[in-house]
Design a protein around this ligand. Structure first.
Ligand code: NAP
Length: 492
């Protein structure tokens, strides 16, 4: 049944040549597709990509290194024009890209279309920002001297990305890297390489010279070992789990590479008794259930003040029971499948642990009758700090609600984690808004807002959630080195 739908979708879309089964190295699609890519909604194989390893990763780095000098020498305006062209191609292929994305990742096609817009926004933004990388004129420290600091491209960038945003996590790295004058080798997640390769095809059409953009698929450990050790790689930019981020950081330390990490979260979502409860519930729905709870900034823990606790649970549960689970291409679907059996087992383990420690399931709590990796969106009450879901990101559609009495306790509970990516809270008290915002130990805080992400703002975490920022003018600086030059012999 799904194949029919897929064929129909492909016929509907303008350009099926975006569906690739080869990696993109040094300006060409190469290799044989032997690693299958499956649709998590149906389990069917929808494509395949090469299972490359260390040799091809080395070739990719060498290609990126060979292309670096000429690309860095282009004027910012030339780089800007190429990026702008890529942006326009991505926007015009939006439906094709969204269809590929939904097919390999599972999210509803409406969300996939939103992700392509979001992914494209980084390309557009950095096409503009390419022209705005400036240095400084520093006051002279003695007569006859002039001092400047300039920002230069860091060099070859190695990037590794996850499956939950197969387009946006990629453009958020490639676009600023290219804008800054760097070249890049990117390894996408094995679950979702087809979106990455479709973006590479469009990058090729946009006219980036061979070697500037390289997408390699295959054995993560072998490729990762090359990307973190090759002397020509100067920056390792990783988005994914904290565990793998730490590993890559260790590997990259041997050659003292810069490492930019965007890692896991464990976001608190606090509802104070002065909050607009309906707005808080809508924010909770967006923050928790988008992409089936598989986002790094998903609310993972709901702290609700005692006097509004029961009303919040009642309203949230009602909204959750309206969600529609199904194939991402089916009309009206709001929730697709989880990415894998492993993901569903993690959700079940967190739930079983919570229930064994006294939590109650209010809505959902089990696999959906559709089977596969479909899971019922879930609300549980009676959550407590000794439960696994208080300490680890569940990365699934489970909203555990904790009760709190006062602001101090809520802040202490929210900060009681090694993660520090995103936090949310709802309140209508201006003093409290500033007080709580300043005390939350997080890189990003949503206040009376369940959605945070935009190319205009710095995205990133503190503590074990990361050490860098993506997006905004801050994001491009990660891809530059600051060079200080002192010029002597200047006569008055
Ligand atoms: P993951 O298991 O860490 O994998 C991420 C990427 O790293 C994949 O491409 C994976 O490839 C690769 N990888 C794994 N082990 C590797 C190794 N030894 N060497 C080189 N590469 C390796 O994370 P995930 O399950 O895909 O993504 C979910 C995680 O990402 C969550 O923790 C989420 O919070 C986080 N995330 C963070 C952000 C952010 O901006 N902070 C955004 C999105 C997601 P293989 O699968 O082939 O191993």
């Amino acid at each position: 049944m799904y194949l029919l739908k897929w064929t129909r979708t492909v016929r509907q879309i303008s350009d099926t040549r975006l569906l690739k089964s080869q990696a993109y190295l040094n300006g060409s699609f190469v290799g044989v597709g032997n690693a299958p890519v499956t649709n998590p909604s149906t389990g069917e194989v929808i494509g395949s990509v090469p299972d490359f390893g260390a040799d091809e990763a080395t070739e990719a780095v060498e290609a990126a290194a060979a292309a670096f000098e000429a690309w860095a020498a282009q004027t910012p305006k030339q780089r800007s024009i190429a990026l702008r062209h890529w942006f326009e191609l991505v926007v015009s292929a939006k439906e094709d890209l969204a269809a590929i994305l939904t097919s390999e990742q599972g999210k509803p096609v409406s969300e996939a279309l939103g992700e392509i817009d979001y992914a494209a926004s980084y390309i557009e933004y950095y096409a503009e920002e390419a022209k705005r990388i400036s240095g400084e004129v520093i006051p002279p420290h003695r007569h006859g001297v002039r001092n400047i600091a300039l920002r230069q491209p860091i060099g070859v960038v190695a990037a590794i990305t996850p499956w939950n945003f197969p387009a946006a996590m990629i453009t958020r790295k490639i676009a600023p890297a290219l804008a800054a004058g760097c070249t890049i080798v990117l390894k996408p997640a094995p679950e979702t390489p087809l979106t990455a390769l479709a973006l590479a095809e469009l990058a090729g059409r946009a006219g980036f010279p061979a070697g500037v953009v390289n997408i390699i698929t295959g054995d993560a450990r072998a490729i990762g070992a090359v990307l973190t050790s090759h002397p020509k790689v100067r920056l390792v930019s990783f988005t994914g789990s904290t565990e793998v981020g730490k590993l890559l950081m260790r590997q990259a330390s041997h050659s003292v590479k810069k490492v930019a990490l965007e890692l896991g979260g464990n976001a608190p979502f606090i509802v104070f008794d002065d909050a607009d409860l309906d707005a808080a519930v809508e924010g909770a729905m967006l923050s928790k259930f988008r992409n089936m709870g598989q986002t790094c900034i998903c609310a993972n823990r709901f702290y609700v003040q005692a006097s509004v606790h029961d009303a919040f649970i009642e309203k949230l549960s009602r909204r959750v029971s309206e969600l529609q689970i199904g194939d991402g291409f089916a009309e009206g679907t709001t929730q697709g499948p989880l990415i894998s059996e492993e993901a569903i087992l993690k959700v079940e383990a967190h739930l079983a642990d919570a229930v064994s420690k006294g939590a109650s399931v209010v809505v959902g709590g089990k696999r959906h009758p559709m089977g596969g990796t479909f899971f019922e969106p879930t609300v549980i009450s009676g959550a407590s700090s000794d439960m696994i879901l208080a300490r680890q990101e569940t990365f699934g559609p489970v909203a555990p609600v904790f009760r709190f009495e006062n602001e101090k306790d809520a802040i202490a509970a929210a900060n009681d984690t090694e993660s520090g990516l995103a936090a949310y809270f709802y309140s209508s008290d201006l003093s409290r808004i500033f007080r709580v915002m300043e005390k939350l130990e997080y890189g990003m805080v949503g206040i009376n807002a369940g959605l945070l992400s935009t190319e205009l703002a710095p995205f990133g975490g503190i503590k074990e959630s990361g050490n860098s920022r993506e997006g905004s003018h801050h994001g491009i600086l990660e891809f530059t080195e600051l060079k200080y030059a002192s010029i002597g012999g200047i006569t008055a």
